[in-house]
Design a binder for this molecule. Structure first.
Ligand code: AMP
Ligand code: MG
Length: 682
């Protein structure tokens, strides 16, 4: 990605408003490069393209100036609508040196062909420029002020402005000759977007950082940040997605990459569609697997993307694959303390003189060890030149400045190869992974300073029911304590999300509506419990129905009554059953994978295993059943009562037994599928 400049050369010290470029190679974003003038930039571009082609790689080059002009301009100058005719026209006329160029005079000459008061305007030189107005006073242009693309990009500057902030006119005029030369030099290897199909290995693409790059992070120069972040955005796109975004109609005015895809490139949160919970009509009881497949197909991440230093990214979900910026180990090194030399040695005694140096971890010894000599070397030290084999210090004797030992020893013994663990460019952690402490270790080891992560998913938890009182309050006869909210808040936390306490609300439609309205701003997803069926007091489903975006998912599962899934003002709502046992089972079976996917993580398949049953059970066909269970002496026990009101059984259990949808007679000793709480991600 290149941030261009139309002016004279910048200071020797990196500064804003000069040329900056940044390479993302194999998914790794490198340090941005400061190029103080266009001559340096052109030579640098040539070198980069040559090197990448020699390595057999394709290159996409993004430049932040327009590749074409408003309709009619090119034809007026060149007699042709071919945008490349205009590139060549400029290339033949622009004179450019680090401290001087003819851009204002050329703009003035062009203006004089059209009456001298446009299309170009703006300069602040001491001398007057024939045909180029200093300001827009009296300005008169025969061409449109903006290209079609600029009209769609808020804040884009016009190509006719030659000086001042955003003098895109100067940038394009001084940039197109360089592109014209690159195109001529690399000939058939170059395609230019969107004028030609991108079927050549080098693609030139118009970009505009301001479209998607936010304010510079602390400590960065604005242009440096822009090319860095833009390169990161490109690198984060899956190749197929990049191809789709590049697929725009050919347009002789040129186009700006990313128009219409700004939120996706920025990594903003993308809301779910209002119909994402719609059920196929006519379905009565949906099998568990069908319901899960539907959720998996329709749910997408709803949280924003943010970049964090690796050290702060524990438990965060990765929003893009992370590739090694450096191999691990970076250089061949020694796995032991000992003595290094070149080559293996046969059986029998050996004596090698020692050089007067020591190789220790941290600093590469900058001397070569002569053939036939050895060097003292300590664990982790990079192998000095002339060393490929290390003998353990316990296996030698050091006498009179030489080491003595008995062979045989194989060449390469006790050493580690560069990149034997990870090679530069390898994916070390994939998109969708929730980062563990071990991930932080490997990411750091391969030189990754920060990672693109999803913001934590905020999950609101709301209890509904006239009968509920909170722990600590006095419960009148007929009232019960709210058990679901503490349980659900705990489950959310254990699943790696951020629980948001939305309190409890009575069976009152107005109160519930108010609470959901309030919640929509505080949570990315809402879990409610109670009131989810189709009865008179089932206000959750009634309200979601009213909002027009509800589906009552009658799922063939026991325990669990219908799940009310819907959208409230753009926020997904999971209406769980009120019964705590059913609420927990539904949260683990449906909530855990669904929330994971909305948090940007991979769909979470519960991880269970087969163990022999310590119980007997007959089950009818038609519903999948989950029994509260635990393992004792290698066999699975189930809770004595299947009563769905028995909350104590949830606490007794360490997991669930999952019985398939069909009829079944389990006898003691038969294998059954046991899923420990951890298998659900808790
Ligand atoms: P509902 O789905 O609202 O008809 O509730 C089903 C059953 O679950 C009823 O016996 C409720 O009293 C009970 N219930 C609902 N919410 C809770 C809660 N937060 N804590 C404990 N039990 C509840
Ligand atoms: Mg209720």
């Amino acid at each position: 990605m290149v941030d261009w400049s139309g002016g004279n050369q910048g200071a020797a010290k990196p500064q804003a408003d000069a040329i900056w470029a940044c390479i993302a190679r194999g998914g790794v974003v490198e340090d941005a490069v400061y190029l103080r003038n266009r001559q340096l930039a052109e030579a640098w571009l040539m070198d980069v393209i040559r090197a990448e082609r020699a390595a057999g790689r394709r290159v996409l080059l993004g430049f932040d100036f327009p590749f074409g002009y408003p309709a009619g301009f090119g034809a007026a100058l060149t007699g042709s609508d071919d945008p490349f005719a205009l590139w060549d026209w400029f290339e033949a006329r622009v004179e450019d040196e680090p401290r001087a160029n003819n851009r204002f005079d050329l703009a003035g000459e062009i203006n004089q062909r059209f009456g001298g008061m446009g299309p170009f305007w703006g300069h602040a030189l001491k001398r007057d420029i024939a045909g180029l107005p200093r300001t827009k006073v009296g300005y008169n242009s025969p061409f449109a002020a903006r290209r079609e693309a600029e009209a769609r990009a808020t804040g884009a500057f016009t190509l006719w402005q030659m000086s001042g902030v955003g003098s895109v006119g100067s940038q394009a005029m001084m940039g197109l000759p360089v592109l014209a030369r690159l195109r001529r030099h690399f000939a058939h290897d170059v395609s230019v977007w969107p004028f030609e199909p991108l079927d050549a290995p080098i693609a030139l693409v118009e970009v505009w950082p301001s479209l998607t790059v936010g304010p510079a992070a602390e400590g960065w120069i604005k242009d440096q940040w822009q090319v860095h972040d833009l390169a990161r955005q490109f690198a984060a796109l899956a190749p197929a997605r990049l191809a789709q975004m590049l697929d725009v109609p050919a347009n002789p005015e040129g186009w700006i990459f990313g128009l219409g895809h700004e939120a996706e490139l920025r990594g903003d949160a993308t809301p779910l569609r209002n119909d994402c919970f719609a059920l196929p009509p006519g379905v009565n009881w949906t099998p568990v697997d069908d319901a899960l497949a539907d959720l998996q197909a329709r749910l997408t991440p709803v949280v924003a993307i943010e970049t964090l230093p690796v050290a702060q990214a524990l438990d965060r979900v990765l929003a893009a694959d992370v590739r090694a910026a450096r191999s691990n180990p970076p250089l061949p090194n020694t796995a032991v303390d000992g003595y290094g030399f070149a080559g293996g040695r046969s059986a029998g005694p050996h004596r090698l003189p020692l050089v007067a140096a020591q190789a220790a971890a941290g600093l590469r010894l900058d001397m070569a060890v002569p053939a036939g000599s050895a060097v003292r070397i300590l664990t982790g030290a990079a192998l000095p030149e002339g060393v490929d084999t290390v003998i353990l210090q316990e296996d030698v004797e050091v006498l009179d400045g030489a080491v003595q030992f008995n062979g045989p020893i194989k060449a390469g013994a006790n050493t580690r190869k560069a990149g034997e663990d990870v090679m530069t460019g390898d994916v070390v952690a994939a998109r969708g992974r929730r980062l563990t402490a071990a991930d932080l270790a490997i990411l750091s080891a391969v030189g990754v300073p920060d990672v693109k992560t999803y913001a934590p998913l905020r999950v609101g938890v709301l209890s509904t029911g006239d009968e509920l009182v909170e722990a600590g309050q006095v419960a009148a006869a007929g009232q019960i304590f709210d058990a679901n909210r503490p349980m659900l808040m705990g489950l959310i936390r254990k699943l790696g999300h951020v629980p948001v306490d939305l309190g409890q609300v009575a069976d009152d439609r107005t109160a519930l509506r108010g609470r959901l309205d309030m919640a929509a701003g505080q949570a990315d997803v809402i879990l409610t419990s109670g009131g989810a069926s189709a009865g008179d007091e089932d206000h959750v489903s009634a309200l979601l129905n009213e909002a027009g975006a509800m589906a009552l998912w009658r799922i063939a599962i026991k325990p669990g009554r219908p799940l009310a899934l819907g959208m409230w003002n753009g926020t997904p709502v999971f209406g769980l059953p009120g019964n705590p046992v059913a609420a927990m089972v539904c949260t683990l079976v449906f909530g855990a994978p669904a929330l994971a996917q909305m948090a940007g993580a991979d769909w979470a398949e519960p991880q269970g295993f087969d163990l022999s049953a310590a119980f007997e059970k007959r089950k009818k066909p038609g519903r999948r059943e989950y029994l509260r269970a635990r393992v004792r002496d290698g066999r699975v026990e189930v809770f004595a009562s299947e009563g769905s009101g028995r909350i104590s059984g949830l606490a007794w259990a360490d997991g669930l037994v999952e019985l398939p949808d069909g009829a079944l007679h389990v006898r003691p000793g038969d294998p059954v599928r046991y899923i420990p709480w951890g298998g659900f991600g808790l």
